[in-house]
Design a protein around this ligand. Structure first.
Ligand code: GLA
Length: 346
């Protein structure tokens, strides 16, 4: 009988480049997902509808980063990460398909990792599954990502964003207010593999060596950091944690206008202090800010390309709005439940 493992992508409303220093984030799982339809088997044989090609490897996996085609690295990385923790797992034979745009900053890789973990038969709590999948990303690509994407894919809640404390991994669901919708626009395709993402992680670590954990730091201590680049990185993280709190409060109060203003501030901070935006993303933020009914726009996720996220009134006509050259169409996303596994009747 065919079993289907499903895991959604995510969009981050606010709180970028805070997760790997144990800070606050506010993402939501989205109604775009990756599914693996499979039957258990000794090895892994997986065909992709969207990504092209077939991935085959034997368990236990020894060379996860070298698996071809390259999307197979994520699948193999999960097996390697489960092995490291001595978690029992079985192989599977099946097909994978996805409605998460690939390389668009909506966590297509996290969705694939989480779906793969379920297909391997992982049995653990949400935080452990997310930690395994985060480790899988490190093994597969060497990108030292935080836990936000994988945890959101596992733990998403329909109609809610998740306020996650990335130190304690506590999750507080925050309802998306009625009358407000979330849109994403892909500005440029990219992967974080080969980007300056690891350099940002290293700069935050340098800041922490000087002033202690950034999640506990305030603006004043951040401004004492000697190196000007490291100082501005720390300034972003400290102010971004504050913005996540303020944004969550604005959503709870149903104040979309205030939430939107915080998104613009967050974008400026990522653009100027953290330097993860691009000229095209800055232009896209300015462009969509002018569409009637839009409350806020910012780049979302790791940056250096990817998507902008837009908070707007339900009747804002973003699907009809012109988009800047090179950008994808605006796509409305709804907050969705996290990963699941089902055995449909055959
Ligand atoms: C990527 C990483 C996440 C997070 C974001 C930036 O999506 O995978 O862990 O660091 O970038 O907020």
């Amino acid at each position: 009988m065919l079993t289907v493992a499903r895991a959604p992508g995510r969009v981050n409303l606010i709180g970028d480049h805070t997760d790997y220093t144990g800070g606050l984030v506010l993402p939501m799982a989205i109604d775009r997902d990756t599914t693996i339809a499979f039957t258990p088997s000794p090895d892994v044989v997986l065909t992709s509808r969207n990504l092209g090609g077939e991935v085959r490897f034997k368990l236990p996996i020894t060379d996860a980063p070298g698996i071809q085609p390259s999307w197979g690295r994520y699948v193999a990385g999960v097996a390697a990460a489960m092995n490291e923790r001595r978690m029992p797992l079985h192989g599977f034979t099946g097909t994978v398909s996805t409605s998460v745009p690939i390389g668009g900053g909506l966590s297509s890789s996290a969705a694939l990792e989480v779906a793969a973990a379920l297909a391997y038969g992982v049995s653990a709590d949400a935080a452990t599954i997310a930690a395994v999948c985060r480790r899988a990303e490190h093994i597969a690509t060497n990108v030292p990502c935080g836990i936000m994407d994988q945890l959101t894919s596992v733990a998403g809640i329909r109609d809610h964003a998740l306020l996650i404390d990335c130190h304690t991994l506590d999750i507080t669901p925050i309802r998306i207010p009625d009358g407000v919708s979330v849109w994403v626009v892909e500005v440029s395709s990219r992967t974080l593999d080969g980007s300056e993402y690891p350099a940002r992680v290293a700069q935050c670590a340098a800041a922490e060596r000087e002033i202690g954990p950034l999640r506990l730091a305030d603006y004043e201590s951040a401004s004492t950091i000697t190196d000007t680049v490291v100082r501005s990185r720390a300034r972003h993280v400290v102010s971004e944690n504050e913005r996540v709190r303020a944004f969550a409060a604005a959503l709870v109060a149903g104040d979309a206008r205030e939430a939107g203003n915080i998104m613009y501030e967050g974008h400026r901070s990522l653009s100027r202090d953290f330097q993860t935006s691009t000229a095209t993303m800055d232009a896209a933020v300015d462009h969509f800010a002018r569409v009637p009914g839009v409350h806020g726009v910012r780049m979302t996720g790791g940056g250096f390309g990817g998507c902008v996220v837009i908070l707007a009134d339900d009747d804002a006509q973003l699907d009809r709005a012109a988009v800047p050259a090179g950008c994808g169409k605006a796509m409305r996303v709804r907050a969705a439940d996290g990963a699941s596994i089902t055995t449909p009747l055959s």
